[in-house]
Structures are given as structure tokens and as C-alpha cells.
Design a binder for this molecule. Structure first.
Ligand SMILES: Cc1cc2nc3c(=O)[nH]c(=O)nc-3n(C[C@H](O)[C@H](O)[C@H](O)COP(=O)(O)OP(=O)(O)OC[C@H]3O[C@@H](n4cnc5c(N)ncnc54)[C@H](O)[C@@H]3O)c2cc1C
Length: 462
């Protein structure tokens, strides 16, 4: 990026929307992967026309372009490893329309997930994707990573809850994909293709989100088991009956012991000593039916190996139950601030096999592994507790990670449920995708982004 290019950018953007000093650019060069790189300029875009003009400039000059929401992503997709321009969407953050009659909200990409939830709630609705980072992360980032949270088990992720998009390709062409209706099959499904593409195919400039009415009420309970086998069987039983919980989270024995040992004492008052795994279960529905529905799920959760169930009714009781689960992240941060955190997925019926095998790998490589996550989706956060400053431990961890990924694929699973590929998992995706699939994906990338300027070298193997 030379002076004449900066002048051209200045013609597109207002004076306060172009950052070029290293001190200002530095803070747009990292994400939650702890990787860091230096962009040469940051454009704080506010309109689709500015996006088009900047993409066209970069296209003609082959300059790398990285879209950025708020940099909370965990796999490095928003780190500008080729320098170039970062397009930050923090100022393009308007809710353009709430159309309650059609259960639709139209937004700009820089709006935060929480702003969407707050605006939808005023009309009795919510948008299903619920990452824990909702207060900070943007809809653009959510869509690019197909992010989700506990609600995905019942309500799905971004792909199931986005009707359409406007986006700008790597050539600077605007495309409008998807529909404004709840049905539609005209043309290829570019909406689902762009969602989850990590900013490598097109820059999203507008999204039409599908809203869902909030349930009247919700009930929460915790079920404790003597082993992960028992908890995994309970998950399969729960998922086989008619009532789908709106959250079905789990913690394994190591996670429970960690909370018992390191968290404030009120986080584990409900945990019996012999707990080998626990499930946190929430069911939402109507006042008229919730009692019967919670009974149905509770009955399904009582498999052999079930030790105890704690139901919560009041807000205080609900908070007390979730405290065990919420205590986990601070505990992990305290014990292993630089842990390796994966988010693999296996079919729910194979979760017990996975956890048993992870315990074997943990013993073999001498690396403590703590597992928790979204059991209803079989989406497990596998945490390898290592110190990155210890080269021998890191060498072991790399070997262990490779074995974890092989294990996941052998169980018919996938390498990432919600955190994406970015740079962190790029060199492993050949384990899941064959050369034929990668060939088609590279051809698609070439169609959308002929000069390879959008998020260069991310997501697909080099
Ligand atoms: C404390 C914490 C908790 C988290 N919890 C969860 C969780 O529960 N579930 C979950 O799934 N994730 C979680 N995450 C990860 C992260 O919050 C999500 O991936 C989130 O969607 C990223 O949003 P962002 O705005 O920060 O995007 P960024 O990190 O800035 O960018 C992410 C990707 O989106 C692309 N992008 C951004 N805007 C656009 C656009 N307009 N057009 C095209 N591409 C674009 C970027 O290029 C990049 O590839 C968590 C992270 C943290 C730090």
C-alpha cells in the first residue's frame, strides 16, 4: 500500500474513517486466537458503496482485504496476515427494519448480536444464534463463522436462521442472495454458501434474519451421572423423545473436579462426590404444557447410572444451577491461561466413545484434557491444558491434537462445530475433506474472488 493508494482510499472515505498510523492499525490486527499481524490501513466503512469502491480498488491492485467484525473469533480468520486493508464494520451497525408481521429483521453487518436480540425482544422475538460473546460480536462475524450457542440444539445456527444476504464479491460486484420469504428455491443457495465461508468469498453488507417468537416460559434442571457413558446414553434418550430441549449442555468428570477444586464453594453445592458427568437441561414452551414437557425430558434423562436431578424454578435457583457450568471458564483460565481449545463434533450416540478415547489419549500424551460443551449437538469443547512456553509439552500437545482429529473423523464427526477453520485448523481439513471436495471449493473461491484478495490463505489449504 503506497501513498497514491492511500490517496485513493481518502477519496472514498470521510477523513476520520481511514486509519494508517501503526498505533491505530495495531489494534485491528488480532483476534481471540492470540495471533497478531499488522494491516497497512484500516477502513471504518459505513455504506455498501464504500465497500464496493474499496473492493474494486483492491481488486485492480491485488491488495489483500480482510473483513472484521469485533475480532472475537478464535481461529484467526480476521487476522490480516498479508497486511493490506482491514475493512472494519463497527460503524456499519444499523438495524434497518423490523418486520414483525413477516418475522424478519434486516440489519447491517456491524450490529452486535446483543443489539439484535434486544430489538427483537421488544416485539416478542429472538434471533436463534446465541454465542456467549453476544454482547461484543457482530452479525457479520456470526454469519461468516456460522456461530451458535446452546440454543442451536432446538433452533439451529445462522444457516437455519438467515433468509437472505447482500454481499460484495472479490471483484466488487453486489449480489443479493436468498429471499425475504420463509420458502424459496430459485437458483443455487448462495446464502448458505456465504454463511460459514469466513469472509473468503464475499463481504456481507446486509442480512435478512429470520426471527422466532419467544416461548412463554422455560424450565431448567441438572442431571448428574456416575459416568460419561451414562450421560451420553441419556442425551441419546432425550433426543429420541418428542420434546427437544432448548439447551442440553454437559461437563465431564475432569471439568466437574476442576470446578469442585478451584471455583467458589457455592458453584458446586449440587454436585455429589461420585459425579462422573453432568447435563444442564432447559426446556421452553407454553405455560399450559411445560410441566408435562419437562417431565417427559426428565424421564428420558433417568438412564442407568443416573445419580441425581435438581430442578430449578425461581430465577435464583436457575442461576445457582448454571453457576457450576459458568464457573468452568474462569477456572480453566486460572489453571491454564493458554490452553488449546478445540470445538469438535461427533454424532450424539458416539459421545461416550469419544470421551473414553480422549481420556486414553490424555494418559498417553501426559496432557490433562477437560471436556464440556453442547451435548445435544455432540459439539464438544476439548481443552488441552498445556503451557505454550514448555516446548516438550507443546510437541506432545501437537501430536495429541492430531490424534484427537483422527479420532473425531473415525467417529463420523467434524473438526469444528462453531469456531471455524481460519488459520488454526486450515492444515488439518484434508482429514475431513477429500481432494475432490477441496478442488470444487477452490474453484468456487476463484469464481467469487478471482484475484484472491478476500481473506487470502484462510480456510482452504494452500
Ligand atoms: C468470550 C468468547 C466467547 C465466545 N463464545 C462463542 C460461542 O458460544 N459460540 C461461537 O460460535 N463462538 C463463540 N466465540 C467466538 C466468536 O465470538 C464468534 O466467532 C463471533 O461470531 C465472531 O464475531 P466477530 O464480530 O468478533 O467477528 P471477527 O472475529 O471480527 O471475524 C470473524 C470472521 O468473520 C469475517 N467477517 C466479519 N465481518 C464480515 C462481513 N461483513 N462480511 C464477511 N465476512 C466478515 C472475518 O473476516 C472473519 O473471517 C466466542 C469468543 C469469545 C472471545
Amino acid at each position: 500500500v503506497n501513498h497514491s493508494f492511500v490517496h485513493l482510499l481518502q477519496d472514498i472515505l470521510p477523513a476520520d474513517a481511514l486509519l494508517t498510523s501503526p498505533a491505530e492499525c495495531l489494534v485491528y490486527g488480532y483476534d481471540n486466537s492470540r495471533r497478531q499481524a499488522m494491516p497497512e490501513a484500516v477502513a471504518l466503512v459505513e455504506t455498501e458503496q464504500q465497500v464496493i469502491d474499496i473492493v474494486r480498488l483492491c481488486y485492480t491492485r491485488n491488495i489483500a482485504l480482510t473483513a472484521r467484525g469485533r475480532g472475537t473469533g478464535t481461529t484467526g480468520a480476521t487476522v490480516p496476515t498479508h497486511g493490506g486493508i482491514v475493512l472494519s464494520f463497527e460503524r456499519m451497525n444499523k438495524i434497518l427494519r423490523i418486520d414483525a408481521d413477516n418475522r424478519v429483521m434486516v440489519v447491517q453487518p456491524g450490529v452486535t448480536n446483543q443489539q439484535v436480540q434486544d430489538a427483537a425482544a421488544q416485539h416478542g422475538f429472538f434471533w436463534a444464534p446465541d454465542p456467549t460473546s453476544a454482547a461484543y460480536c457482530t452479525v457479520g462475524g456470526n454469519l461468516a463463522y456460522n456461530s451458535a450457542g446452546p440454543r442451536a440444539i432446538k433452533y439451529g445456527s445462522c444457516r437455519e436462521n438467515t433468509l437472505g444476504l447482500r454481499a460484495v464479491t472479490g471483484e466488487g460486484d453486489v449480489i443479493k442472495c436468498g429471499v425475504y420469504t420463509t420458502k424459496g428455491v430459485v437458483g443455487y443457495d448462495l446464502t448458505r454458501l456465504i454463511i460459514g465461508s469466513e469472509g473468503t468469498l464475499a463481504i456481507i453488507t446486509e442480512a435478512t434474519l429470520k426471527l422466532i417468537p419467544k416461548a412463554e416460559t422455560k424450565r431448567t434442571f441438572m442431571a448428574v451421572y456416575n459416568s460419561m457413558d451414562a450421560a451420553a446414553r441419556a442425551v441419546s434418550h432425550i433426543m429420541a423423545q418428542a420434546i427437544t430441549p432448548c439447551a442440553l449442555e454437559f461437563m465431564d468428570e475432569n471439568a466437574i473436579n476442576m470446578v469442585r477444586e478451584y471455583a467458589a464453594s457455592n458453584s458446586h453445592t449440587n454436585l455429589p462426590q461420585q459425579a462422573g458427568a453432568l447435563l444442564m437441561i432447559e426446556v421452553d414452551g407454553s405455560h399450559a404444557h411445560i410441566d408435562a414437557e419437562i417431565q417427559s425430558v426428565d424421564a428420558a434423562a433417568r438412564v442407568a447410572g443416573h445419580i441425581a436431578t435438581h430442578h430449578a424454578i425461581t430465577r435464583q435457583e436457575i442461576d445457582a444451577l448454571w453457576q457450576t457450568r459458568k464457573a468452568l471458564s474462569p477456572c480453566l483460565r486460572k489453571i491454564a491461561p493458554k490452553k488449546i481449545n478445540e470445538d469438535i463434533v461427533v454424532p450424539v450416540s458416539r459421545m461416550a466413545e469419544l470421551i473414553n478415547e480422549l481420556n486414553r489419549l490424555s494418559a498417553h500424551y501426559q496432557i490433562p484434557i477437560v471436556n464440556f460443551g453442547h451435548a445435544g449437538n455432540g459439539n464438544i469443547h476439548v481443552n488441552l491444558l498445556v503451557n505454550p512456553d514448555d516446548p516438550a509439552a507443546m510437541h506432545s500437545a501437537e501430536k495429541c491434537l492430531e490424534a484427537v482429529f483422527d479420532l473425531v473423523i473415525s467417529l463420523n464427526g467434524t473438526l469444528s462445530g462453531e469456531h471455524g477453520v481460519g488459520l488454526e485448523k486450515r492444515d488439518f481439513i484434508y482429514k475431513e475433506l477429500s481432494a475432490n471436495e477441496i478442488k470444487i471449493m477452490k474453484a468456487i473461491k476463484q469464481q467469487f474472488d478471482p484475484h484472491n484478495i478476500l481473506n487470502r490463505d484462510k480456510t482452504l489449504p494452500l
